[in-house]
Design a protein around this ligand. Structure first.
Ligand SMILES: Cc1cc2nc3c(=O)[nH]c(=O)nc-3n(C[C@H](O)[C@H](O)[C@H](O)COP(=O)(O)O)c2cc1C
Length: 330
């Protein structure tokens, strides 16, 4: 009988399906339902750095009656993490831990290694099994170099790792001047896991009203391939756990991600579309496929098609269609 258990960030998961940070994980009732339908773990809806800082500033303004906040004022806040948003989030972690037995991964969305980081200690104290840091700097500042932007990832990781002993994962984007180098540097700093890749809000245009609108919120079933490529390239080259996210809509794409070397996957869009019952279907399909293939555990096929182990390592780094597909006809 195949076993779907896996290890992600040092945590034992009963299967590799993690529900990604989203509105699907923002209440205890929803988390209980996700567990009942077989989720291996959940990442709580993120807390946003901007929200924390804004609330701290409002509180300090109210306390000091000054329009300008001296940076050292934040030192006081370090010792007093009792803001409403923070307090609610910590209570949410405690309640989630009490309500379910699957691992609870807290999540913070941030853009800097600023004063919010003391909060990671509170997250640990509240009982979270791990912390996922969702970090993205849109490189729009023409006066900053790629290296300066990438240093933010390093600084955040170092600062958070200094504060907590629970595992820390970084959820990253594919947009780096040298992605392999950034991932290696994070791995050297003992990041516990990397989530590849976050999906971002994108603006779109309405050409009838000549206005800016919102792009599609949910991913498409074909969107998993960039994660697949990069998990395949990196899985043999790092020690940390890897989770694939974006566009995992079927058991097939989940299996492919594990074949590339992922320890787990994180899904959101397909559960928005099909409901949390779909987790059970995905697990059953993975189980059937493993039975057919004669795989007894996830370890039996994890990384079997990574770049180094696959029959065509060059395919992972092939990016131009020109030569290879010269005679392509549909
Ligand atoms: C409605 C919605 C809300 C999300 N909120 C968050 C969030 O708060 N923090 C975060 O790290 N990712 C968030 N995400 C991104 C998801 O965690 C996930 O990484 C992304 O949607 C790609 O997976 P998918 O293709 O299965 O949807 C959100 C996604 C959706 C669709």
């Amino acid at each position: 009988m195949p076993k779907l258990t896996t290890n992600y960030l040092g945590l034992d998961l009963k299967n590799p399906i993690i529900v990604a940070s989203s509105g699907l994980t923002d209440s205890i009732a929803k988390i209980k339902e996700l567990e009942a339908n077989g989720a291996g773990a959940v990442v709580l809806k993120s807390l946003f750095e901007e929200e924390i800082i804004m609330e701290m500033e409002e509180k300090i303004h109210a306390m000091t009656n000054r329009p300008f906040i001296y940076p050292e004022t934040f030192d006081y806040m370090d010792e007093e993490p009792h803001e409403d948003i923070l307090r609610k989030y910590l209570q949410f972690i405690k309640d989630a831990k009490a309500a379910v037995s699957i691992p609870i991964i807290a999540s913070i969305n941030c853009v800097s290694a600023q004063k919010w980081t003391y909060f990671s200690r509170e997250i640990e104290k509240a009982g979270a099994d791990a912390l996922e840091v969702n970090l993205f700097v849109l490189p729009t500042d023409m006066n900053r170099t790629g290296e300066e932007n990438e240093q933010i990832y390093i600084d955040v990781l170092k600062t958070v790792k200094e504060q907590v002993a629970i595992p820390v994962a970084l959820k990253i984007s594919p947009y780096h001047s040298n992605l392999a180098n950034t991932i290696k540097r994070l791995d050297d700093l003992k990041v516990d896991g990397i989530v590849m890749f976050n999906r971002f809000y994108t603006p779109d245009f309405d050409i009838h009203n000549l206005s800016v609108t919102s792009g599609h919120i949910l991913s498409n079933a074909d969107d998993y391939k960039n994660s697949l490529r990069w998990i395949g390239i990196m899985s043999e080259r790092v020690n940390c756990s890897l989770a694939a996210t974006t566009g995992m809509h079927t058991s097939e794409s989940i299996i492919k991600s594990i074949l590339a070397g992922a320890d787990a996957v994180q899904i959101a869009s397909i559960l928005y579309k099909n409901g949390s019952e779909y987790i059970d279907i995905l697990n059953k399909e993975i189980y059937s496929w493993m039975s057919e293939q004669g795989f007894k555990s996830i370890r039996d096929f994890k990384g079997k098609l990574s770049q180094t182990k696959s029959n065509d390592p060059a395919a992972f780094e092939r990016v131009q269609f020109m030569k290879h597909f010269r005679n392509f006809v549909e």
